[in-house]
Write a protein that binds this ligand. Structure first.
Ligand code: ATP
Ligand code: MG
Length: 231
């Protein structure tokens, strides 16, 4: 398996101990799309942050492409995040005083095997807007820039936390379609969190999380093109 999450747990110690993940198992093949569904507070972002090396598990293991992430020390985790993982969030987190191209170059300049900035700009359909600033773009266009920034490093894994959460229906569908295209064009494995179960159809595998446990796993043999998804 390309991504194997095994018996993952996470607890937070505040006044009391809160167990947010209670033994989560996930398996994902290389080049696949996985959707994680679940209500607010079910542990989706916590799970993604551990897979992305931003947060640490309490117990259990995460392996990606033969590398056991849960064994890495802090320096190794920094390297792992920089080289292997692309992040896309609900809010685009672009640097406001850098142009579109510069926002992407910031990442490609520190990557070992980056794609060409112009190639990813073309892939996301923004070649003609490369010299604009984020404030001169629509929300959907800004999310395209954040996807370009996430994929320019040629990551093993693209992690998307509610990537369409701030967008209207048609713009959401365009962004989902772009993610599907990135998956095909670059062979990027994608893990996407969403509240929207209509999006499940475009995933090879769907995990439904409930109170920190996997409540349901769905394998789709045929994938729905994003353009045909309706909600
Ligand atoms: N640092 C922390 N300390 C204590 N509890 C935390 C911490 N971070 C998250 N939690 C708790 O863990 C639970 C899961 O949070 P998480 O952000 O993973 O949920 P989520 O499924 O992503 O929800 P949403 O859909 O609202 O984004 C929540 O109950 C949250 O309050
Ligand atoms: Mg979340």
């Amino acid at each position: 398996m390309f991504l194997a999450v095994s018996q993952l747990t996470k607890s937070y110690q505040t006044e009391i101990v809160t167990t947010v993940l209670k033994g989560v198992d996930i398996q994902l093949g290389k080049g696949q799309i996985c959707v994680i569904l679940g209500p607010s507070g079910s542990g989706k972002s916590t799970l993604m942050n551990i897979i992305g090396g931003v947060d640490r598990a309490s117990s259990g293991t995460v392996e990606i492409d033969g590398q056991r992430i849960t064994d890495l020390n802090d320096d190794q985790l920094v390297e792992y995040r920089r080289e292997s993982v692309g992040f896309v969030f609900q809010f685009y987190n672009l640097v406001p005083n850098l142009t579109v191209a510069e926002n992407i170059e910031v990442v490609s300049n520190i990557s070992k095997r980056p794609h060409k900035v112009d190639d990813v700009l073309s892939a996301v359909g923004l070649a003609d807007k490369k010299n604009r600033f984020p404030r001169q773009l629509s929300g959907g266009e800004q999310q395209r820039v954040s996807i370009a920034r996430a994929i320019v490093k040629n990551p093993k894994l693209l992690l998307c936390d509610e990537p369409t959460g701030a967008l209207d229906f048609y713009t959401s569908r365009d962004v989902l379609s772009l993610l599907q295209q990135v998956n095909r064009q670059f062979g990027t494995t994608i893990l996407m969190i969403t509240h929207n179960s209509a999006i499940s159809g475009m995933a090879n595998t769907v995990y439904r999380l409930r109170s920190g446990e996997i409540a349901e796993v769905i394998h789709n043999s045929e994938l729905v093109p994003a353009e045909r998804i309706v909600w």
